[in-house]
Design a protein. Structure first.
Length: 614
């Protein structure tokens, strides 16, 4: 019993009350004088006082009662019609089980445990528990798992993808000796095929060129070409939103020139603003640096020359925009002044080191050093190695900075840290455009893509999250919901959702689909997330494998103890102790009210006379 438990403080309270009651009785006895109440009366009152405290404790915390029960046998889908039982066993059948002789039908396992709350263990027969009953159980669970089915036993459906991007459908097959998997597009054309054997994993690939919703078909065939089972593969293709980037430079350079070209070829909405002083500006039309403009940008790239030319209000607007989620990438192009170092330190970038430009070596890529059977291959031609670039010899000191890109020696080329909801980083490479001039435009694009995606404004999580695959008649959990969500089902029917108050920040709600097809989760923030509900007959082996693995995991949560007929414990009843407490308190009350020392003698004489008269 810990000091913080309610039972401990209950015991302390009762003990203090009993001690105070005994002290009161002792003081009363002393105040009565030598001819007061007899000592046996005081001893009786003290005993009854102690007994009352003990009975009150047992009423509030009755001891568990030892009972002897058998096994609760739970019949699930695939159970035999006749199940052998022993005396004391309880045989129940869940709704998905077939006809089972002498079994009690229950709507779910929780109902069975309420009706029969004291089994020594639970034995599950058949394919296993459905998601409705897959929650931790209070007693040991035994489950003799059936053999794996022939068809699909694992399936990973693709996440939302961009037009033209390859998506992957992966998974694993069961005990089918040999067969073929086909991925068929909506036009009934096989786009990928793979031969599989028992227990093998697979990965099929395809691409969708236009945004929207599409249904592919995954077909598993046996060695003779007959379809063993099939399942729809829903694919959602989202049109990409190009990042909005503003580049502020204090002078024209080859670095900004090639960055602008790469952005145009990569469909990045990049605006280049070069201010060379004297009211002369190059590049695109100037962009005002105010809150309204910066809130529409994902990333601002700024060199040290342009930073020094900014007004105090413009710097404050940039800082406020970063706190609101925008990304800021600082690009030193030469020796930094003391004022610039101080300003950037205020953004969390404490830069130390010299101001000289030093050479750097990029790490070899797979194209320049590929391993073969004899071991790692070394570049044989200097022209094939990544070109040597230059960087400013600056290092971020202090805690909180995260390195994004490193050279071959492990030196950080780009680092960032969080400020509010946004990020601010520094890029020390001064001539990354040399990668384009030496034929490594792919490496140039990878580096700048990493900078844009890591430091730029994080995309808002505007999608609901679906746990697992949705099937008709099976509960599915929908999370990351806002406001008053609902589901738009087939034929335009709307189903309101109720967010579980115990789900915390995940904001989850349960939904039982009753029709197959595309559904849409909506909320009052105008967010929409489509998801597909599979017919119950799609890939039955996949559902059976999921039930099997979930039930095995559930059985592993409790130790394998308590054989059939072993002793178990159930919460005791407080009523016997409460009745005893009432009798004890009645005796205390009567004895306290009758303080005349001769009352007991007169009662004894009266009882003796009645007995002689009889």
């Amino acid at each position: 019993m810990s000091f913080s438990s309610p039972a401990f403080w209950t015991a302390v309270t009762i003990t203090v009350a009993v001690v105070l009651g005994i002290a009161r009785l002792i003081l009363w006895q002393r105040s009565a004088g030598p001819g007061g109440a007899p000592r046996w009366r005081l001893a009786t009152l003290v005993g009854l006082q102690i007994l009352a405290g003990g009975l009150l404790w047992l009423t509030l915390h009755p001891p568990p009662s030892a009972i002897r029960t058998g096994t609760m046998i739970v019949a699930t889908a695939g159970s035999p019609a006749t199940i052998a039982t022993e005396p004391g066993d309880i045989l129940i059948a869940l709704p998905e089980a077939g006809p089972v002789t002498d079994a009690t039908r229950v709507p779910d396992l929780a109902t069975a445990l309420r009706r029969y709350p004291t089994p020594a263990r639970i034995r599950i027969i058949g394919q296993g528990l459905t998601p409705r009953d897959q929650s931790p159980l209070p007693v040991p669970v035994e489950f003799s798992a059936p053999p794996l089915p022939r068809g699909l036993i694992d399936l990973a459906l693709p996440e939302p993808t961009a037009p033209g991007t390859t998506f992957v459908v992966g998974g694993q097959v069961g005990t089918l000796p040999a067969g073929t998997l086909e991925l068929v597009d909506p036009a009934d054309v096989v786009v990928d095929r793979a031969r599989i054997a028992s227990g093998e994993r697979f990965a099929l690939m395809a691409a969708v060129r236009t945004p929207g919703l599409a249904l592919f078909d995954l077909r598993l065939r046996d060695g003779s070409g007959a379809i063993v089972e099939r399942i729809a593969v829903p694919v959602e293709t989202l049109a990409p939103t190009p990042p909005r980037v503003l580049v502020l430079a204090g002078a024209p350079s080859a670095e900004t020139k090639y960055l602008k070209r790469w952005a145009e070829g990569s469909e990045v909405a990049l605006t280049l603003d070069i201010d060379i002083g004297g009211g002369i500006q190059l590049g695109d039309a100037p962009v005002p640096l105010n809150a309204a403009t910066l809130d529409r940008l994902d990333l601002v790239i700024l060199d040290d020359r342009r930073w020094e030319a900014l007004a105090g209000g413009q710097r404050a607007a940039l800082t406020a925009a970063v706190n609101n989620g925008m990304g800021l990438l600082l690009r030193p192009t030469g020796p930094l002044s003391a004022g610039t170092r101080r300003d950037w330190a205020g953004l969390g970038l404490n830069l130390s080191g010299g101001d000289d430009a030093v050479p750097l070596r990029l790490a070899p890529t797979a194209q320049t050093a590929a391993p073969d059977a004899a071991g790692p291959a070394e570049p044989t031609d200097d022209a094939e190695a990544p070109p040597k670039l230059a960087r400013r010899d600056l290092t971020i000191t202090g805690s909180g900075a995260i390195a994004l890109l490193r050279d071959a020696d492990g030196v950080a080329l780009a680092s960032w840290r969080a400020i509010g909801r946004g990020r601010v980083g520094v890029w020390t490479v001064t001539d990354s455009y040399a990668l384009v001039l030496t034929g490594r435009s792919d490496l140039y694009g990878e580096m700048w893509s990493a900078l844009f995606s890591e430091i730029g404004r994080a995309g808002e999580d505007s999608r609901a999250e679906l746990s697992g695959d949705a099937r008709v008649g099976v509960r599915v959990a929908l999370c990351h919901l806002l406001g008053q969500p609902n589901v738009l089902g087939q034929e335009g029917r709307v189903h309101s959702l109720r967010i579980d108050p115990n789900a915390g920040d995940r904001a989850c709600a349960a939904y039982w689909p009753d029709q197959a097809g595309w559904h849409v989760v909506r909320d009052d923030q105008r967010r929409e997330t489509p998801f597909f509900v599979h017919p119950i007959e799609d890939a039955p082996s996949l559902e059976a494998a999921n039930r099997r693995s979930a039930t095995l995991a559930l059985a592993g949560l409790t130790p394998a103890r308590a054989a059939a007929g072993s002793t178990s414990h159930a919460p005791g009843s407080p009523w016997p102790w409460f009745c005893g407490l009432l009798l004890d308190l009645a005796g205390l009350w009567w004895l306290e009210r009758n303080r005349d020392p001769g009352v007991f003698a007169r009662a004894a004489r009266s009882w003796s006379k009645r007995r002689r008269a009889v």
